[in-house]
Ligand binder design. Sequence first.
Ligand code: 5GP
Ligand code: ZN
Length: 114
Amino acid sequence: MIDCLFCKIIEGKIPATLVYEDGNVVGFKDLRPQAAVHLLFIHRKHTKDINEMTKNDPTQLSDLFHAIRLYTEKNELHKEGFRVVTNQGPFAGQTVFHTHLHVLGGEPLSHFGA
Ligand code: 5GP
Ligand code: ZN
């Protein structure tokens, strides 16, 4: 995918601090962390957002959550808990158009909603 920042991270053309890799998924530290732990998990196959991903091939979403489970169990994030967020489109503030799941944790997170 031409000019996709996260495809370039997958290809090693742009540096990132990788924390997880398997045949389908790459996980790396967010450049501007919003919590003590702030990671991004992306699929090696490019899609622009979560709806495109789940329309094209819903198994990619389970690949991502499989990777997140392995990572959070290995690094004991699962004990205190963590949050998974994805932004789609302008109202949500999506800035990078390669589907990604934010994984936030490592400290108590402010609750949203009621
Ligand atoms: P979005 O706003 O699209 O949901 O999330 C994009 C995320 O990518 C942001 O949290 C931003 O900090 C992160 N980001 C943007 N550019 C880079 C980069 O070059 N490297 C890394 N590691 N993260 C980036
Ligand atoms: Zn991409």
